[in-house]
Design a binder for this molecule. Sequence first.
Ligand code: CAA
Length: 283
Amino acid sequence: MNIEKVGIIGAGVMGAGIAEIIAKSGYDVVLKDMEEGYIQSGIKNIEKNLKKSVEKGKLTEDEKKEIRSRITGTVDNQLLTECQLVIEAASEKMAVKKIIFEELDRICPSETILASNTSSLSITEIANSTKRPEKVIGMHFFNPVPVMKLVEVIRGINTSDDTRNTVVAMAENLDKVSVEVEEAPGFLVNRVLVTMINEAVGVLADGVATAEDIDTAMKLGANHPIGPLALADLIGNDVCLHIMEVMYEEYADSKYRPHPLLRKMVRGNLLGRKVGQGFFSYE
Ligand code: CAA
């Protein structure tokens, strides 16, 4: 299928990042959110990144303008009907995703592929809210989207080969590397990565080392670009907790039990960078 216009649902960190790289790769983008304010904030982040790229000599001023002009922000569903691919990057709640996919299924042409950027929820279950489960797929990007090279392509039980092939080709066009993953709780990266983060929280809670030393140790001892606790702050401690909860519930294996300190942090609104405070302070 020939993809020219891509819809993105959700102008948060992930949605805006996805919109940016898709526009950079020459596609038209419809960035949809529920409120004008969310769209403005997402577009402001994109503009900031594009400006930095110009300053670094990675883009010309004209290229920046052209990329920006490819992105249309909207609170209306109408423009999504023109898209051949829609990628949902809204809140990580199954009920919310089902409402979004039901609506997309109703308004988008039957050939439109509906993808979700969910970090751990079942693609098969999301697809159940549509009449086109063969055209529903997971396209999981990583934060920060402009930097991270991977896209996990997750097939639900009913996803067709055609849909998979189109999305794999699309990821390549976005200059990403895709890895195909069968649907499973936490998929691939988060099952390994967030379980490690949860363990680092346990190491902190046990008083084995300070937060700073845990991160220094993992950076210098395991060559990670940032430590697990700083990474939790980057991802969002609420998102990490949610991923652990999904894996714990689905696998019923105690190795995925969210650490009580992680729960406590989320209850205390210490969510990480987005609120200025997590395991570290960002004020
Ligand atoms: N948007 C765009 N570009 C960004 C960026 C952002 N938010 N943050 C950093 N960058 C760019 C910088 O502009 C810089 O680009 P240049 O090389 O062109 O100058 C480059 O990334 C390196 O940035 P910095 O020098 O500022 O800082 P750094 O070297 O510490 O790198 C980092 C920052 C790329 C975030 C690095 O710390 C890193 O790779 N961290 C690990 C990130 C990670 O593991 N992400 C996955 C999280 S899991 C997930 O997302 C899935 C999920 O479902 C939860």
